[in-house]
Ligand binder design. Structure first.
Ligand SMILES: [Zn+2]
Length: 336
């Protein structure tokens, strides 16, 4: 059966999946990234691709799509800047093409996830759609008029770095202060817990035992159980998330905003429910309640499925055309 391979390049591991035209993953592989050095990352990508191809056979593979963090030059496939990988001008596509012979396409990871959710998940049939991925950082992507919005330099959807707390906010990896990502990502939830700690001198929330995983999940779990300190952090975090989401609504007026990434999967009773009320209170120039805030449907697979769709469409040039109907259309047999 015909398939394309989608690669999702994350901060700690890289995942690859062989994806059929109807969005089903028929084979997958995953590897931890031991180093974020470009040469080491390229090695790992080559390995996951080989693993998938070994299991599926090469002849039905129509192409490979890579979802990479950062701002990416559309023509050359160079990653201009990725604060999370600390990459500047990394010629990722050229490096990969020396190792992989299939047609190769590269797009920002959050835009790949947006494409995946739009074609096969929470955005199916939604002409005005936005995805916000909330994990270590915040990524995003917009669909408008059934087109994936790329912007003049592939930067449309970089919602994580619009500033919401310029004076009092946390510092961001991009160099600014009070970015949406610094205030409302998973990592930010931990920051809010640290910031509220002086008000809870007896709290054991941040007391770390050797077996504990130190991260946003422990705050989220404690908040779900009613821990006062965790709830204070969660509420402050939710206020910042609502501020950013209400801005995004005023930028593009979507019908649906899907919350993806690890934190986006939180119980709707804790997340999308209260968030909707806060966002409505901050929505002024657009009728309240127009935008539905939902949980993304493809989970961690959105990036892989979207990257494979990019490959099947034959690259970013196809994304400027309306995409309704392409999920079921045949693959484009274009060169990379
Ligand atoms: Zn930033």
């Amino acid at each position: 059966m015909e398939f394309a391979i989608g690669i999702d390049l994350g901060g700690s591991h890289t995942a690859a999946g062989a994806v059929t035209p109807d969005g089903a993953i028929i084979q997958q592989a995953e590897r931890d990234l031991v180093s974020l050095e470009p040469a080491a990352v390229v090695d790992e990508i080559e390995q996951v691709v080989q693993q998938v191809l070994a299991a599926t056979g090469e002849k039905d593979c129509t192409g490979i799509g890579v979802g990479s963090p950062g701002n990416i030059d559309e023509k050359t496939g160079t990653v201009n800047f990725s604060p999370n990988f600390q990459w500047v001008d990394v010629p990722l596509k050229a490096m990969l093409e020396k190792r992989i012979k299939h047609p190769l396409h590269i797009l920002n990871d959050a835009r790949c996830a947006t494409l995946g959710e739009y074609l096969y998940g929470s955005g199916k049939g939604v002409a005005e759609f936005a995805l916000i991925t909330i994990g270590t950082g915040i990524g995003g992507g917009f669909i408008s008029g059934n087109r994936l919005i790329l912007g003049e330099a592939m930067g449309a959807g970089e919602v994580g770095h619009h500033v919401i707390r310029p004076d009092t906010g946390f510092f961001c990896t991009c160099g600014k202060r009070g970015c949406f990502e610094a205030q409302a990502s998973g990592t930010a939830l931990l920051r809010h817990a640290l910031a509220t700690a002086p008000s809870f001198p007896r709290s054991t929330l941040l007391t770390r035992k050797p077996q504990d995983k130190w991260g946003s999940k422990m705050i989220r779990k404690a908040a779900a159980k009613g821990d006062d300190h965790a709830l204070a952090a969660w509420r402050n975090w939710l206020d910042d998330l609502a501020l950013g989401v209400s801005n995004i609504i005023s930028f593009t007026n979507p019908a649906v905003i899907a919350l993806g990434g690890g934190v986006g999967q939180a119980d709707p009773a804790m997340l999308s429910g209260p968030l909707t009320l806060k966002v409505d209170a901050l929505t002024t120039m657009i009728p309240k309640g127009i935008t539905r805030i939902v949980t993304a449907e493809l989970g961690n697979d959105a990036g892989v499925i979207g990257a494979a769709a990019l490959a099947r469409l034959g690259g970013t040039r196809q994304l400027t055309k309306p995409l309704n109907g392409v999920a079921t259309a045949p693959a484009v047999k274009a060169k990379s």
